[in-house]
Design a protein around this ligand. Sequence first.
Ligand SMILES: [Zn+2]
Ligand SMILES: [Zn+2]
Ligand SMILES: [Zn+2]
Length: 147
Amino acid sequence: MDIPKDKSFPRDAGQCHGCGGNGCKECEDKGWLPAGHAGIRVCELEVCSNPLPPGHVAVYCSNECAHADAAGVGSNAKRSPISVRHSNLKRVSDESDYKSHCPECKKGVLVVRRHPKTFRIQEVDFCFLCGQQFIYEDIDVLRSREE
Ligand SMILES: [Zn+2]
Ligand SMILES: [Zn+2]
Ligand SMILES: [Zn+2]
């Protein structure tokens, strides 16, 4: 079935968790909810929890998340998020301004995540390998580079 039921949604809307886009009381039969609404369906990978766009049919926001869930993200996923400055992290290579080595496990990579629909850089990132969550203290600097 084609979701969401009502196609005239704003760019940053999310899929209604209650009905998965098919329409219910919660979303007033539209299948989507405005950005920031607590009833928005999120990525099934717990450490990710990205909001899913209204027309998204998979339960994960990305293939990376599906793979990570299947492989089992590390035990650090249960720890509290750590505040870091992106500018202080060690970049994986000169080719990317964003990808950094995970400061916790040193083997994983922090890719800098984006909202699946608006592509806005997200404050919370995590390591697909050890599962540790990070919060970028300098998120404004990161975003200002491209806004
Ligand atoms: Zn609904
Ligand atoms: Zn995800
Ligand atoms: Zn890690």
